[in-house]
Design a protein around this ligand. Structure first.
Ligand SMILES: [Zn+2]
Ligand SMILES: [Zn+2]
Ligand SMILES: [Zn+2]
Length: 201
């Protein structure tokens, strides 16, 4: 089991808090894991989970113009199933532009608290072994049980490791065992510029 570094507690707000290195970036093990997983599925490219643009995967670092991560939930059918440290997870990718979120067409906001999701602090071209969306909970909605919607944590409470949010938890109210903090992306986020202009005739 990979154990990450302790989360920095930043009392001055969220601005300075980023996802810390969990020690598996840029190593050969991670590189070979991604390449062999894709080869088994006969894939040489992946699609960004947010904008769906195709991304080539290279056999050297940086592996992709974005970041890979492993989620316990399959955010889209293009995310292939992998076995990682005994767990069944899904290999997911976010492109650099979407991580950055600077272009308004790429930015996504929490549907509940409206806070923009910011992936600009993530290391590019490698892989996180946990769900990067779950790892950055913005508001109390993120701490609710996926089944009974009761709060599983105090809204001010935070888990010790970013990867903790991707682990299975049993809800004390309804007894449902799930990775409750990993939510479907469409449930949590909306595109900032959701207004599509009607096609002019
Ligand atoms: Zn993208
Ligand atoms: Zn929120
Ligand atoms: Zn529950």
């Amino acid at each position: 089991m990979l154990i990450g570094h302790h989360l920095r507690v930043d009392s001055g707000g969220n601005s300075g808090v980023g996802i810390e290195d969990e020690g598996n970036h840029g190593n050969d093990e991670t590189r070979l894991f991604i390449l062999s997983s894709l080869a088994q599925s006969q894939m040489s490219r992946v699609a960004c989970i947010l904008c769906e643009e195709p991304l080539l995967v290279f056999d050297r670092y940086p592996l992709v113009d974005g970041s890979f991560f492993l989620s316990p939930k399959q955010h889209s059918s293009g995310c292939i199933e992998v076995k990682y440290e005994g767990r069944t997870l899904y290999l997911t990718c976010v492109c650099m532009s979407c991580l950055d979120g600077t272009s308004s067409s790429r930015a996504i906001n929490c549907r509940f608290c409206k806070e923009p999701w910011d992936g600009s602090s993530l290391v590019l071209g490698t892989m996180y072994a946990y769900d990067i969306f779950a790892a950055m909970p913005c508001c109390a909605e993120r701490f609710k049980c996926n089944n009974c919607f009761k709060m599983l944590m105090h809204p001010q409470q935070r888990l010790s490791f970013y990867s903790d949010y991707s682990h299975g938890v049993t809800c004390p109210y309804c007894n449902t065992q799930d990775t409750h903090f990993v939510k479907p992306l469409t449930f949590c986020y909306a595109k900032t510029t959701a207004t599509r202009l009607p096609t002019l005739a």
